[in-house]
Design a binder for this molecule. Structure first.
Ligand SMILES: [Cu+2]
Length: 143
C-alpha cells in the first residue's frame, strides 16, 4: 500500500516537470538576430542596435501570464568570449545588459576599437530558455 502512494507522487511530479519544460521551449525555427548591423561593420558611438526575433515573442521580465511560455526579453552580451551559465539567471552588469521592459532597440556608448555583440533571450526569471535562443556573435568596429 505504501509503495502505491510513493509511485503516485513520483508520476505526478514527472508529468509536472515535463509540462514546465515544454512551456519554456522555443520551437526549432525560433531565432534572434541583429537588424541592420552586420559583423565587420564600422559604426559611430553611441551605436544604434536593433534586435529581431522570429518564431517566439517579446514580453517584459517578470511576466506572470501565459504569454511567458511563448516570449522572453532580450539580453545584450558585450565583449564576452564565453556565454554565461545557461542554467542560471543571466548576470546583470555593463556587459550583460537586460532589457526588462521588452525593449527591442538601444543606443550603446562604446569606446573606439573592436567589440563583439550577441543577443541571448531570457525568461521571466532572466534564465535562458531550453534550448537557448542565442544570436550569432557579431564583431563591430567603433570609430
Ligand atoms: Cu533579464
Amino acid at each position: 500500500m505504501h509503495n502505491y502512494v510513493s509511485i503516485g507522487i513520483l508520476s505526478i511530479s514527472l508529468v509536472f516537470t515535463t509540462a514546465a519544460g515544454f512551456a519554456h521551449t522555443p520551437p526549432d525555427e525560433a531565432r534572434v538576430f541583429f537588424i541592420g548591423l552586420q559583423s565587420g561593420d564600422t559604426v559611430k558611438s553611441p551605436v544604434e542596435i536593433r534586435f529581431g526575433i522570429e518564431g517566439f515573442g517579446i514580453t517584459p521580465a517578470g511576466t506572470t501570464g501565459k504569454i511567458r511560455h511563448q516570449a522572453g526579453h532580450y539580453h545584450l552580451l558585450v565583449d564576452q568570449d564565453t556565454l554565461p551559465d545557461l542554467d542560471n539567471p543571466i548576470p546583470r552588469d555593463a556587459y550583460h545588459i537586460h532589457f526588462d521592459g521588452g525593449e527591442t532597440e538601444t543606443r550603446l556608448g562604446l569606446p573606439p576599437g573592436r567589440h563583439t555583440l550577441q543577443l541571448l533571450l531570457g525568461d521571466e526569471d532572466h534564465e535562458p530558455h531550453d534550448p537557448p535562443l542565442i544570436s550569432q556573435k557579431i564583431i563591430i568596429w567603433v570609430e
